[in-house]
Design a protein around this ligand. Sequence first.
Ligand code: ARG
Length: 462
Amino acid sequence: MTKSANTMWGGRFAAGPDAIMEAINASIGYDRRLAPQDIAGSRAHAAMLAATGIITDNDASAIREGLLTVLSEIETGVFPFSTALEDIHMNVEARLRDLIGEPAGRLHTARSRNDQVAVDFRLWVRDQCDQADEALAALQSALLGQAEAGADWVMPGFTHLQTAQPVTWGHHMLAYVEMFARDRSRFADARRRMNTSPLGAAALAGTSFPIDRQMTADALGFDRPMSNSLDAVADRDFALEFLASASICAMHLSRLAEELVIWSSAQFRFVKMSDKWSTGSSIMPQKRNPDAAELIRAKIGRIFGANVALMTVMKGLPLTYSKDMQEDKEQTFDAADNLMLALAAMTGMAADMTAERENLKAAASGGFSTATDLADWLVRELGLPFREAHHVTGSLVAMAEGKNCDLPDLTLADMQTVHGGIRADVFDVLGVENSVASRTSFGGTAPSQVRAQVAHWKEVLK
Ligand code: ARG
């Protein structure tokens, strides 16, 4: 038996699609997530059609009421989704027809699935920008809590993952607060740019009906209608901007996750992850694995992947709509889901972890981390050119290395064999606490600077 043609567009078709055609064509398996946006868009469209006299008020009321019934059926899980009906737009419209009859057929006046899907997806991505902003603010607050508690806890600062100079825990936490602030501003920029309405572009050329595009734009919270109907149905750069912002944010999350993996290892012991965010090993009883951090680090790949995938789908597509564009949704959904999960997990880990203050300090004191302070002292106190001071300090580091001790453990007499002018007060700058306290330049690691930044961020985030 041949399947019958599609009831939405099958007028000129004698037979229905092959089963595999149906499988490759259908998006209802994933675009059902757009139901709330689809129904909001349709309700706005119906109200506008009535206000402009294109359909009657009675028909518009029946449509708008019926769509609410459809929404509640979807929300309660009783909606009869059909693959034969391809996508969320036709599933909703077909069900509306079952519920209210003939007026349902008037809903699609002056509209196409091309502007319909563009508006639905824009609304969905816009909402994700808002959710990302909220989740990032929560993460910033968790990191700020850490920064405030440990504004003056010294730890090693690294370059090349080699001990460089002592910094403070609070300073390190605030570095991420800054990164996540820029991530928030990227989502906010993307949101601002995407907040224009494609609805009313119809298939691609606009419509001969006297529609009011500003009215539907207003009803859906858009700033204004998009100015070019071809662009309106062909554009997916709003989703790409979301994915690009998500990718950069994910990259930041991955760097923090990597630090947590390193810091929670037995070799570092800089942080103790809470039980809530660790797992054990089934064979090695001593293990506490930072699985959540590792999974955040790994999930980032899917977000980068979605960004590359959609760029690749869109490149080379002639204007305007092509069915290729149906492939915009699934990976964007996946990227957004995983970004939100990673943000929530990172927020929990950051809030619940304990910095091991003593271990941080012990590590900060090793690795000749105050060598730069010594060189600076030679410049400031003895008037040496920095290059010479660097050389003298290098010799002292080599001496300490030979004696298997740290710089502050050298005696004054030892030091004077390298440079006769060195005085006892050099030891004042060799302690790690002195070192960090002296870095008071704006944005520096001194506890006084860190506290000022903490106060600033508390104001911003409250
Ligand atoms: N399911 C389609 C999509 O996601 C909706 C638009 C279909 N438009 C069309 N002309 N076939 O892109």
